[in-house]
Design a protein around this ligand. Sequence first.
Ligand SMILES: [Zn+2]
Length: 154
Amino acid sequence: MDPFEHASIPTLVYLALSEDPAWGGALALIIGATFPDLDAFTREHRSYLHSLLVAIPVFAPAYISGNHYALLFSLGWLSHLFLDFFTGVIPPVYPLSRQGWGVTITARGGPSGTGFEVHLLERYPDPRHDYELNIGGSTALALLTLIALVIRLH
Ligand SMILES: [Zn+2]
């Protein structure tokens, strides 16, 4: 999943669910939602910042303190892990273990029938490598999110 998708999806949820959304809150959420991919600069793309051992200790004090921006930042971070869980694997207890888990869901339809297949993935995250992202579809999603932000927050 690319940064536009990671930023757009929780932002649209924030705009839909918040009674009083604001630019500052949206910015904190977007920064938190894209922050974990700084792991791309470490040995493995999904490592420290994709671990619940790191994310939960950030979320818990933000939740307890009630600081609006810290909470939105950490919720953005958790949304990143949630979305990555469905597009590969996340290593929940990294660096104690590199083992990652994720889910793939495949929908089938055609003359032979329809159905869904759900598979639990269990493997090590991909090692760091150069990425080539096709961001055409996610650019459209980012533009729609920007339009929703302008309409909802003007
Ligand atoms: Zn990620």
